[in-house]
Design a protein around this ligand. Structure first.
Ligand code: FES
Ligand SMILES: [Fe+2]
Length: 349
């Protein structure tokens, strides 16, 4: 095996575990209830989340520093999380604040757990997953649709049994809609042949069909910076879907481990006031089922792709978005791994 292959393998296995150096949505806000810890797994790390005395979400490794039981099986006490096994209590910085079974225990005050920055936005909890080259969380800069008064955005989260990377590839490939979703309510229109065009943006790139716009899912805006990776796309709505123009999706694909991930989709529409109310009603009553039908088509197709398909796949012109996204991720991974290697070298010197 050549040094190059070793390098490529290291980058691939690093990326397969999940993106680092990014803010990622990891659950819905409602899943972190007051008074009860919530356990999850993201990018291979078991995490526990809870709300402190001010209601702020805190996040540390889901591992009791005493003998390793899951803190998420415990309870929230005075804004900290207490292990159910022997009561050892940890705060949001990962510091042991109490060992109730042993007076003046020397473990108190030690900080054995990693903690993660967490914030809430548009109905979800986002956590910063540090990388070696960016251990501190950068400014949290969500998509404008999440914070603008002009937009309604509501979150949906689903679990798919395939790599998050396959989901990101799928989003960078608008052409699949004319085939995979051809029987659907909104994605049945337009031509089945085209050429794709890619344009750089300040935060990533746009991939679009050359000869069709506003007819089907015809373009994707892929954002790889700053500190977040997500995609934005529009699905044209027919007149019956009320005011507000197209249905916009903001999507994130977040690794659980190398074979499973959470797909987050924010359903967005540019509507305010009464129109916003009627859109929410219409969505819940009629449109949501149809959207799930489309998402299920994606899920079944993506889960059918073998984990090692990349070794045999044969890309063509329509995959320029997929290729560009992969290049950008590989570039980031190389920077992270280089910083990691430099740190290890420094530690061993
Ligand atoms: S394992 Fe958690 S307190 Fe003992
Ligand atoms: Fe799709």
């Amino acid at each position: 095996m050549t040094a190059n292959q070793t390098g490529r393998d290291a980058v691939e296995s690093y990326l397969n575990q999940g993106l680092r150096g990014v803010w990622a949505p990891i659950c819905k806000s409602v899943q972190v209830k007051a008074g009860a810890p919530f356990g999850t797994k993201i990018a291979g790390e078991n995490l526990v989340l809870w709300r402190d005395a001010d209601g702020k979400v805190r996040c540390v490794e889901d591992f009791c520093p005493h003998r390793g039981a899951k803190l998420s099986l415990g309870e929230v006490q005075n804004g900290n999380v207490a292990c159910r096994y022997h009561g050892v209590t940890v705060n949001g910085e990962g510091t042991i604040v109490r060992v109730p079974a042993m007076p003046e225990c020397a473990l108190e005050g030690r900080r054995p757990l990693k903690s993660f920055e967490a914030t809430e936005c548009a109905g979800a909890v986002f956590v910063y997953l540090p990388s070696a080259d960016q251990p501190e969380a950068p400014e949290f800069r969500p998509p404008e649709e999440f914070v603008s008064d002009e937009w309604q955005a509501f979150a949906c989260m689903t679990h798919w049994d395939c790599s998050y990377r396959v989901s990101l590839d799928n989003a960078a490939d608008p052409m699949h809609a004319s085939y995979l979703h051809a029987d659907s309510f909104t994605l049945a229109y337009g031509s089945k042949q085209d050429t794709m065009r890619l344009e750089r943006t300040d935060t990533g790139f746009t991939i679009e069909r050359v000869n069709q716009r506003g007819v089907n899912f015809d373009w994707t805006d892929v954002v790889v910076d700053p500190g977040m990776v997500y995609f934005r796309l529009d699905i044209p709505y027919p007149d019956g879907a009320g005011p507000g123009g197209p249905f916009r999706i903001i999507g994130f694909a977040v690794a659980i481990d190398e074979n499973t991930h959470y797909s987050f989709f924010w359903r967005c529409r540019k509507v305010q006031g009464l129109a916003a109310e009627s859109w929410r009603f219409l969505y819940r009553a009629f449109l949501e089922d149809r959207h799930w039908h489309v998402l299920e088509q994606d899920r079944v197709m993506l889960e059918s792709i073998p984990a090692d398909a990349r070794k045999r796949e044969m890309l063509y012109q329509h995959d320029i978005g997929v290729s560009r996204l992969r290049q950008m991720m590989v570039r980031k991974a190389k920077e992270h791994l280089k910083a990691e290697a430099a740190q290890l070298e420094q530690q061993s010197a």
